[in-house]
Each structure stands twice: as C-alpha cells, then as structure tokens.
Design a protein around this ligand. Structure first.
Ligand SMILES: C[S@@+](CC[C@H](N)C(=O)[O-])C[C@H]1O[C@@H](n2cnc3c(N)ncnc32)[C@H](O)[C@@H]1O
Length: 335
C-alpha cells in the first residue's frame, strides 16, 4: 500500500483542526496525534503562538532535513506560530527531554506562557517538565468541573499544575490542591493570579498523597468532589500508585473523603488497561450500591483523532471510552 509522506499527514491533521486554529478559545489543542494519525514519531501540540513537538523516535541529528521540513511546514500552515519547541523523549540528556526552542522569529523567543480555555486563563511553563504541564485530554473534564463548581468543595489530588482545580475554582468552587511537588503547585497559584482568584497558601499543599489522605480522613473531612488524576505509576514510602494493577485500592483510599452523594472523578490514563477492563473493575466496586458510575467524559477529538484522520487504533480498545485516557464520574454513598 502507498504510504502518504509524513508532511501530507500533518497537512491533513491541520486541515481537520481548522476550527481550532487561530481561535480565541481554546488556545491549547493537539495539532497532530502521532500513532493514531499515522506517524508515531511525532505528537504536536499548540499552546497559543507556541508549538511543542514531542519526538518519540531516536534523538535527532543536528540539521536533520526531514525535521527541518516539518518545522518549515508548520510555520507555513500556521502563520500565527512564533516559536517551536522540540522535546526529544528518547534523549539521554535531561535538557533535551525537557525541550528547547528550535525555531523563533525573534531574537527573544516568545514562549506562550498563558493559555485560554472556556474563558479561563491557565499559566503554563512549557519547558519545566518533559510534558508541557497542561493536559489537553482533560479539556472536557475542565468544562465539567467548571459547570459543577458552584458552591462545591473540591479536593484536587495529584494536582500537578492545578488545571482541573483551577477550572472548578472558576466555576465557583472552593478548592484544595495537593501534590508532592511544590514547584508545580506554584504554576497553579500563577493561574489563580491570572484569573484574579485570591491565593491562600493553605489551599495548596505540597504533600505525599498517602499521608495527606490519611491525615484528612483522620480529621473526618469530606468534599463534594474529589478529583483523582494520578500518574499511571508512582512509588513513595507512603504507598504505590499502579493504574495497571491497583486502581481499586486507589479509589477505595479516597472514597471516605467524598461526601455522601458527592462525586469522585477518576482519570485513568493507562494505555494498557482497556475500557472494558476498567469498567469491569468499577462494576465490581459498585456491587453493594455504595458507588455508582454516574457519567463518563470524552476526550476531545483533536486529542482522540478525528474520524477523517485516524488511521490506527489504540494499543488496547478504549470502548466504551473514546481514548486511553478514561474519565469516569462516580457517585459515592455512605451508610
Ligand atoms: C499525571 S500528573 C496529574 C495531572 C493533573 N491532575 C493535571 O490535570 O494536570 C501526576 C502528578 O502526580 C504527582 N504525584 C505522583 N506521586 C505522588 C504522590 N505519591 N503524592 C503526591 N503527588 C504525587 C506528581 O508530582 C505529578 O504532579
């Protein structure tokens, strides 16, 4: 079979996103979804006037012609792009994995540091970590949290740069963010400031998840909504997160922190757990009637791939979800 050249795949992907490109909201979206859209070497995201290219192939040689052609094509198709950042996933060098500016039209490169979504502003630090610090697959969840925020108390666990909690706060919730890393919580505070929300340091707790949850449980605290969006693996002296094996344990850990009738929002991003497997696990947790699957939330099409641009399937079948990032709202009841 004749394989289209990589640049024409990028052209097709860019054309499918015509509605998003140059729009005022959202300004952060996926331009090209590597594997699903036919070229596993690249995932390309837009953050305002900055494009981030994640390169999953072997580290690039200086002056790689195919890569230069890709950058040139992006500038040609997206005239508003000012800066291109390259993050090389397989590099042995930390700085290369975190990323560097490979193209800028000014001596002083403009690295987009604010994105806008559903009328809310988010601070981003695109070079701080190996990812860009703002997840595009949870855009519809941010909308849900904004819509369900009014008057709610929300606990944002594994908060990272806080985007899910910032969305809830924008909707009128009082939010407690927790993550073990104080540096990422500083970005969440910057997002509060951007939106004019007062920053109270008690709302941002740099703590290990396991001891934090134990302490709050000990105090009998409960929230209307608890967001559980962990990495697929993390091991500390407090405990182990392993979404391939231990989702039930994690859900049970935070359940007591949810008000009776409140919601536990689970974001499960393991590529290796199919949608059906996750649903089986949740159904088992729901027997007894104290937990109920209330809703699932889709991943936006620019991230999941459009029907017209998807050429490959996920590693495991995400159905009934539309992507390997599986987002479920669970309703919790207590005796
Ligand atoms: C996948 S991100 C969470 C994404 C986030 N909810 C968002 O929407 O941007 C993972 C975060 O979990 C944090 N983390 C990992 N293990 C942890 C632990 N044991 N306790 C607290 N935070 C942890 C990391 O510091 C990182 O910020």
């Amino acid at each position: 079979m004749h394989e289209p050249d990589p640049l024409s795949r990028i052209d097709g992907a860019v054309a499918a996103r015509a509605d998003l490109i140059g729009g005022e909201d959202p300004t952060a979206f996926r331009l090209f979804n590597g594997h699903l859209e036919g070229d596993g070497r690249y995932v390309i995201d837009a953050y305002g006037a900055t494009v981030v290219i994640y390169h999953h192939g072997e580290p690039l040689a200086e002056g790689d012609e195919a890569f230069s052609a890709l950058v040139a094509r992006l500038h040609e198709r997206l005239p508003s792009v000012r800066t291109v950042i390259l993050k090389e996933r397989k590099s042995t060098l930390h700085d290369r994995r975190r990323g560097r500016v490979v193209s800028a039209d000014r001596a002083e490169p403009v690295v987009g540091d604010v994105v806008r979504e559903h009328g809310v502003r988010y601070a981003v630090d695109l070079l701080m970590r190996q990812d860009a610090g703002f997840y595009l697959d949870t855009r519809h969840l941010r909308r849900w949290l904004q819509d369900h925020g009014a008057g709610a108390s929300v606990l944002n666990t594994f908060a990272y740069t806080g985007s899910l909690g910032v969305a809830a706060r924008a909707g009128g919730a009082s939010v407690l963010h927790t993550d073990r890393d104080a540096r990422v919580l500083a970005v969440a505070k910057a997002s509060y400031a951007l939106n004019g929300f007062p920053v109270d340091r008690r709302d941002f707790r740099a703590r290990d998840f396991w001891s934090f949850v134990r302490d709050r449980k000990g105090r009998g605290e409960r929230f209307d909504v608890v967001v559980l969006d962990p990495p697929f693996f993390s091991s500390t002296t407090g405990g182990r997160v392993d979404l391939n094996r231990r989702t039930t344990q994690l859900v049970n850990k935070v359940r007591p922190l949810v008000q009776s009738g409140g919601k536990l929002v689970l974001v499960h991003n393991s590529l290796f757990v199919s949608g059906a497997e996750l649903m089986r696990e949740l159904d088992a947790l729901c027997t007894g009637g104290w937990l109920r699957v209330d809703a699932s939330i889709d991943v936006p099409e620019d991230v999941a791939g459009f029907a017209s641009t998807r050429v490959r399937a996920s590693v495991t079948d995400p159905a009934p979800f539309n992507h390997s990032t599986k987002i479920v709202v669970l309703e919790v009841r207590h005796r």
